[in-house]
Ligand binder design. Structure first.
Ligand SMILES: Cc1ncc(COP(=O)(O)O)c(C=O)c1O
Length: 553
């Protein structure tokens, strides 16, 4: 093995040049090279086609960093989303097969940057307000580069001593931010779905009254495990019930109140009914910030019900849990029910949402660390990881389904330190205030109808001035109109929203988890939506009623 230094001996650079030439150029040269370098020599001075000399790496890296810096500062001038068909994208990429010969790294990076810069949806754009996908902290991008360069395998402390310590510090800090016990167990995963699934499995292991990890889900004597959650819960809960063998019919869908929060009387009644039937209620899932509207379930009440019936209380705080850091700040109001998070047996929190980490980063927290390990730990003979002080060394492969694990925690750790608690409180508070301001501005517009405002999500819709909402016919027209409006808005790239369906109503949904969005973007949004709404309405209702008598709104 040799280290490729820029000024290594002639022999090394010559053999390197030849080896590279061998992979990158024609067969004739390769044959010549083979003659020159006997096998032993080639292996001794082995230079793999993937190797880069320091100067090559520096040149390509500096250039890429310059390009990324340019991208970030040009975001406001770019369309939020490209308006291109998938066929056009496929054509651009071409249908060539895997190249036989390698290519220069720098030119490949240039090509990849061009493809991505010109054909991406930019969730870091100030006017991206869709789904719950945040703008990403630039330090996170650099952190990912650093993590990939060191390539720590954070499955075991032995393989990643410092990375493991950093991950456990990140877990502790996230717990602190949301008011959860900092000595809880936890780990970073790919996102909200996985974080929730991990907590689900911890609950299943802790509450099944048989050895579910050994025997599996159903024995003749086992009772049916029941999960309780609201209709507003994210679809991860169905995936979990399905993947882990309970089946989606195990889920009891508890209705919600007017504010789209779980109805606790209905919850209590359902738990009692299932107990009477001989089922085994084991898990209540409350949400801190639902995916559609940002509603926060009555978490303290859910905690009390779980205590009363001996159920596991899980909070899906993938989106909203981090707003709990604002509970004691006076400048922005957040639901006091967020205080219930601290009573949960487990919580899912997504750093790639409101900690603005680049994708991917989710975090699962379990109050009793041992219960998390109980759900995943095995000790295969081929691992000899417990060599040192076992209380200090965490082997993360024992705390989740992954074995080899990347160093997701680094980007989160860097961003947390760059902004500090105060910085994060400010950013989250600003996002919420901007969403509140959007609601206020929407309410002043005759052609817009405001629906909900919770955390940093505001929902509304376009209503042509001659239509009075309410009748089935008009409601169904408004649904179709707003769906097409949304498609047009997304295609045109002026701003990016997504949608929610509230009851039977299709609404536009702005979710601000974006530290680049400013008041100017919020003030521009109603005008953009109204302009596109009018155009779409005129296109699908060309002979629309112009009679001012019908101008009833
Ligand atoms: C409340 C909630 N839970 C879970 C998820 C899933 O998170 P992810 O997409 O990171 O897997 C989301 C995503 O928006 C969410 O809002």
């Amino acid at each position: 093995m040799i280290c490729l230094r820029d000024c290594d001996s002639n022999m090394v650079s010559e053999s390197g040049r030849l080896a590279k030439a061998a992979t990158q150029t024609s067969k004739t040269i390769r044959e010549e090279v083979t003659i020159i370098m006997d096998k032993t020599h080639a292996l001794r001075y082995r230079i793999a086609p993937l190797e880069m000399s320091p100067s090559e790496f520096r040149k390509a890296g500096y250039r890429l960093v310059d390009q990324v810096a340019e991208l970030l500062c040009s975001l406001p001038e770019r369309p939020v989303a490209p308006n291109e068909s998938l066929a056009a994208l496929r054509a651009l990429l071409g249908s060539r097969s895997l190249p036989e010969l390698g290519q220069d790294a720098s030119s490949l990076l240039d090509e990849a940057a061009d493809l991505l810069f010109d054909h991406s949806v930019f969730n870091g754009h100030p006017r991206f307000m869709g789904f719950i996908t945040s703008s990403a902290a630039p330090i996170g991008a650099l952190g990912d580069l650093l993590a990939a360069a060191v390539n720590a395998n954070v499955g075991a402390s032995l393989l990643a001593p410092m990375a493991t310590q950093i991950e456990s510090q990140v877990v502790r800090w996230i717990a602190e931010l949301i008011g959860y016990p900092p000595d809880c167990g936890g780990l970073l995963v790919s996102g909200g779905n996985m974080a929730n699934c991990i907590c689900f499995l911890a609950a299943r292991k802790a509450k099944a009254d048989w050895d579910v990890r050994t025997v599996g889900m159903y024995m003749e004597t086992s009772r049916r495990l029941r999960i309780y959650t609201s209709l507003e819960t994210h679809t991860w809960v169905q995936k979990a019930a399905d993947m882990y063998g309970l089946g989606t019919e195990s889920i009891r869908w508890i209705p919600v109140d007017q504010a789209l929060r779980m109805d606790t009387s209905a919850l209590r009644a359902q738990i009692q009914a299932d107990r009477t039937e001989g089922d085994l209620p084991f898990l209540v899932v409350g949400t801190a910030g639902t995916v559609s509207t940002g509603a926060v379930d009555p978490l303290p009440e859910l905690a009390a019900i779980c205590r009363e019936y001996g159920l596991w209380f899980h909070v899906d705080g993938a989106y909203g849990a981090l707003a709990a850091m604002l509970l004691d700040r006076g400048d922005v109001e957040v639901p006091v029910d967020l205080r219930g998070i601290r009573e949960a047996d487990s919580v899912a929190v997504d750093p790639h949402k409101w900690l603005y980490a680049p994708l991917e980063a989710g975090c699962a927290l379990v109050r009793e660390s041992g219960l998390l390990r109980d759900a995943f730990s095995y000790h295969p003979t081929y691992y000899n990881f417990d060599q040192e002080d076992t209380t200090a060394s965490i082997n993360y492969y024992e705390y989740g389904p992954q074995n080899s694990r990347g160093f997701r925690a680094l980007k989160v750790w860097l961003a947390l330190r760059q902004a500090g608690r105060e910085g994060y409180e400010g950013m989250i508070s600003d996002d919420i205030q901007l969403a509140q301001e959007l609601y206020r501005v929407v309410e002043t517009q005759l052609e817009l109808q405001a629906f909900t405002q919770d955390l940093s999500i505001t929902t509304f819709r376009y209503v042509p001035p001659d239509l009075l909402p309410g009748s089935q016919e008009i409601e169904s027209y408004l649904n179709a109109l707003n769906a097409e409006l949304l498609t047009q808005l997304q295609k045109r790239g002026e701003a990016f929203l997504s949608n929610a369906v509230i009851g039977e109503t299709f609404v536009l949904r702005a979710c601000i988890v974006n530290f680049r969005t400013s008041l100017e973007d919020i003030e521009a949004l109603p005008g953009i939506v109204i302009r596109i709404g009018r155009e779409v309405d005129a296109a699908i209702r060309p002979g629309k009623q112009k009679d001012p008598e019908r101008n009833i709104r």
